[in-house]
Design a protein around this ligand. Structure first.
Ligand code: PMP
Length: 399
């Protein structure tokens, strides 16, 4: 039956992990994966997550199904975290929210909802470059995917003019995907002033903003600061939709905890949207898993645990910021004449080094440093112990 099914290409990131595993160099470095590591290079389970999980287990809850839209205490708290408790959209009870299979699932529900109901053109514009899965998720949701300019490879920074111009030139009422903070893969974010202009451009075009917020708190260490763009758009009268992930900021990667929400005009509209989200989710997976959502719910709703978690998120963000500074410092100490300021001005898990595919190849083959060919490195994989060797390797391939 399957004689005509062609062999698909391997996943780019998993391929890197395999090459890394096969390498016998004692000081090999893996900067491919987008998961946080502690300063010893080990996966990190947040102590607040351990405590919350213990509370959940000790409560000996039953394993009945959640509703179609998930664990309500979790989804309510997730919306408050994103929009802010004092936001009019929360106060006026006009956010339709559903639990999702982490950020990817949230994007997929969003894509499917827009495909079914968005009254404008079914085209979503994503930045160049964007998280590699955006294209596939939205295409498989039945949307057309187009690009807007975002990254300027000459400055290793934001192509702000290009971005605004492209947004203005999109057909009226287009869907625009925006990374709320810690843009993946570049680590390049607009400034707050630039976000204001982007919001104006989206409004001018009558476009529909779709925020992907996979790193709230993880970027700056401050959950409100990282939500600036989303909250600013709302204060400007936009009614966006939002994909949230708790993979990074709670380290709940494999638990698949996320939420998808749509800001509505009224509670009445919210009820209609809610009913359609349920109709959409039911044949997809019926209802989401409860364990991870219960953990996140404890952290978001218990004030002592919440404080502890905020401290731990800041700890992760600060370690990443420190590794950026150390990498830049080491490159300069080695005598590199390049301007490495982008390493510290970028934010979040990833840094775009500006290294070419050939230089990345050389890093892997000659120095056992593994990362994606686009020059992206996961700063989470840098440690106090390997940063010097990493800087030396980069210096040797790039100068
Ligand atoms: N969006 C972006 C921009 C991401 O970087 C990621 C994680 N790599 C996700 C969404 C979704 O991840 P997850 O499904 O693990 O929450």
């Amino acid at each position: 039956v399957w004689a005509k099914v062609p062999q698909g290409p391997p996943d780019a990131i998993l391929g890197i992990t395999e090459a890394y595993k096969a390498d016998s160099h004692p000081e090999k470095i893996n900067l491919g994966v987008g998961a946080y590591r502690d300063d010893k290079g080990k996966p990190y389970v947040l102590p607040s997550v351990r405590s919350a999980e213990k509370k959940v287990v000790d409560a000996a809850l039953n394993k009945e199904y959640a509703g179609i839209t998930g664990v309500p205490e979790f989804t309510k708290a997730a919306a408050r975290l994103a929009y802010g408790s004092d936001s009019p959209v929360i106060q006026e009870d006009r956010v339709a929210v559903t639990q999702s299979i982490s950020g990817t699932g949230a994007l997929r529900i969003g894509g499917a909802f827009l495909e079914r109901f968005y009254p404008g053109g079914k085209t979503i514009y994503i930045p160049t470059p964007s998280w590699a899965n955006h294209n596939a998720v939205f295409k498989d949701s039945g949307l057309r995917v187009e690009k807007y300019r975002y990254y300027n490879k000459d400055t290793i920074g934001l192509d702000f003019e290009g971005m605004v111009e492209d947004i203005k030139n999109m057909p009226k009422g287009s869907i625009v995907l925006l990374h709320a903070c810690a843009h993946n893969p570049t680590g390049v974010d607009p400034t707050e002033d630039q976000w204001r202009s982007i919001s104006d451009a989206v409004k001018e075009g009558g476009h529909y903003p779709f925020f992907d917020m996979a790193y709230q708190g993880f970027a700056s260490g401050d959950t409100a600061k990282d939500a600036f763009a989303l909250r600013h758009f709302i204060s400007e009268g936009h009614r966006p939709c939002l994909a949230q992930s708790f993979a990074k900021n709670m380290g709940l990667y494999g638990e698949r905890v996320g939420a998808f929400s749509i800001v509505c005009e009224s509670t009445e509209e919210k009820k209609r949207i809610d009913s359609q989200i349920k109709i959409l989710v039911r044949p997809l997976y019926s209802n989401p898993p409860v364990h991870g959502a219960r953990i996140a719910s404890e952290i978001l709703n218990d004030s002592a645990l919440n404080q502890q978690w905020l401290g731990e998120v800041k700890g992760m963000a600060d370690r990443i910021i420190k590794m950026r500074a150390l990498l830049k410092e080491n490159l300069e100490k080695l005598g590199s004449k390049h301007d490495w300021s982008h390493i510290t001005s970028q934010i979040g898990m990833f840094a775009y080094t500006g290294l070419t595919a050939e230089q990345m190849d050389k890093l892997a083959k000659e120095y056992s440093v593994y990362a994606t060919k686009d020059g992206r490195i996961s700063v989470a994989g840098i440690t106090s112990d390997n940063v010097r060797r990493l800087a030396e390797a980069i210096y040797k391939v790039k100068g």
